[in-house]
Write a protein that binds this ligand. Structure first.
Ligand code: 4AD
Ligand code: MG
Length: 430
């Protein structure tokens, strides 16, 4: 007799097997009771019939509570009407623990209660489905770069300098000095790209976001490719192929999960390259034409992003931004020094920015003056400036926010459900 996963029942029809998991639900009708068992891979119905098991096993029908842990022995039968299409004719049940009264019941609970119980909430069907999609999104990111000649090179979490401005840095005590938690691995990836050509880093990044929105976390995961000998257009070519790959991968490999989440997948099927590319000026015109409350020269807010993205049936890339609102490292447009060669990608359906990136300044003296203009400390950037002294080349890259991307693909409202244990302004526990 073998221990198997519920997802593998199809290969064991007619055999007696052992399934280990947790009681999801239970109901009884006289001399029969049914147990819906979940083991993390899937769910199945186990049928316990009086007379076909010892009396003490049949009596467990009264004792087993929601989330009790059990190993069920039984014979696998095809049963199209049952959850997952199979059913277990139970011969034995081993109880590991009878669970105490479980706080999360099928009734409606408020979000803050559920978030306080996040360590338990992740067992629920919908949360389980979202985190399964997360796993596939991350796998798709890694596969895409691994299959396209990129080398994964990790970047540090503790840093001495600021990549994305000084306003949302988390400072930590670092022995006799202070350090920051990284906002982005980009500056280091620029160094590794000069060693490997095409690289990516993938890890947690941190921003002390004081605003409470449904799009911001203080700890989020970012995947960041960086390429030597790459200009802004080539960077956008890569970004659209990458996002198409992730979405199409999920459509193929997350069918069950997207169904559980009731995602309208027809909207995702459109996500095929090429994506529309518009300049910041064209985006500003769209806002003006739609009567948005927007000042030319400023960054787009959530509502602005929604208006812009609603004009298109797939993600849209906005490039050539006013330089003052973009980071110090961005290269300027050769035709207009006020414009930075940055690009943001907005997801459709109002999900907002999922990618930020651009072409990097590769000239030593220009970069030095940008660091001064931005009142950054030159001594923190010595190693970064070296990259412009020893074989400087045109180079570009971008960062994709994993949780923003999952929020969009799963079609849920709030980013906090896309990461196992979210960190926000108000939440450090569990
Ligand atoms: O646009 P951002 O700030 O770009 C960078 O950090 C670049 N250094 C990346 C690069 O060029 N290598 O952030 C990139 C993406 C955003 O588009 C968004 O998807 C996500 O990171 N992001 C957040 N996600 C969740 N919560 C937050 N507070 C986020 N801030 C940014
Ligand atoms: Mg950005």
């Amino acid at each position: 007799m073998s221990s198997i996963s519920i997802k593998d029942l199809k290969d064991h029809v007619g055999e007696e097997v052992i399934l280990s998991g947790w009681v999801y639900n239970k109901r009884s009708i006289g001399k029969v009771w049914f147990l819906i068992l979940r083991d993390g891979s899937a769910m199945t119905q186990c049928v316990v019939v009086k007379g076909q098991v010892a009396d003490d096993i049949f009596d467990l029908g009264n004792d087993l509570t929601q989330e009790s842990s059990v190993s069920v022995t039984g014979v696998v039968k095809e049963e199209p009407r049952s959850v997952g299409g199979y059913e277990i004719g139970v011969t034995y049940v081993e109880v590991h623990q009878i669970a105490e009264e479980y706080p999360i019941t099928p009734k409606e609970h408020g979000t803050s209660f559920l978030m306080d119980n996040r360590h338990l909430w992740i067992r629920s069907k919908k949360q389980h489905a979202i985190l399964k999609v997360r796993h596939q999104v991350i796998k798709a990111c890694r596969d895409f770069f691994d299959n396209n000649g990129f080398t994964l090179v990790d970047t540090p979490i503790f840093t001495a300098n600021a990549c994305e401005g000084t306003s949302n840095l988390f400072a930590v005590d670092y022995f006799e000095r202070s350090a920051y938690l990284t906002q982005s691995g980009q500056l280091y990836s620029e160094a590794t790209a000069a060693s490997f050509g095409k690289v990516y880093c993938f890890g947690p990044t941190f921003r002390a976001e004081k605003s409470k929105t449904r799009r911001h976390l203080t700890e989020f995961w970012m995947v960041e490719p960086e390429m030597a000998y790459c200009n802004l257009d080539e960077n956008m070519d890569l970004a659209e192929k990458f996002v198409e790959y992730i979405v199409q991968w999920c459509l193929e490999h997350c069918k069950t999960e997207l169904e559980i989440l009731e995602r309208d997948t027809s909207k995702l099927e459109n996500v095929k390259a090429p994506f529309p590319r518009i300049t910041y000026d064209e985006a500003a015109k769209i806002l003006e034409d739609n009567g948005a409350d927007f000042t030319y020269g400023s960054d787009f807010g959530g509502t602005d992003e929604t208006i812009i993205s609603q004009q298109f049936d797939r993600p849209v890339m906005i490039h050539r931004w006013p330089a003052e609102i973009k980071a110090f490292y961005m290269k300027r447009d050769a035709d207009n020094d006020n414009l930075a060669l940055g690009v943001d990608m907005l997801a459709p359906e109002g999900y907002g920015e999922i990618i930020g990136g651009g072409q990097r300044e590769d000239d030593l003296s220009i970069l030095e003056s940008r660091i001064k203009e931005n009142e950054l400390d030159m001594k923190d950037f010595g190693w970064y400036l070296d990259l412009r002294k020893y074989g400087s080349v045109p180079h570009s890259g971008f960062g994709l926010g994993i949780e923003r991307t999952i929020t969009w693909i799963t079609g849920i409202k709030h980013i906090r459900e896309t990461i196992p244990f979210p960190r926000t302004l108000a939440r450090l526990e569990p």
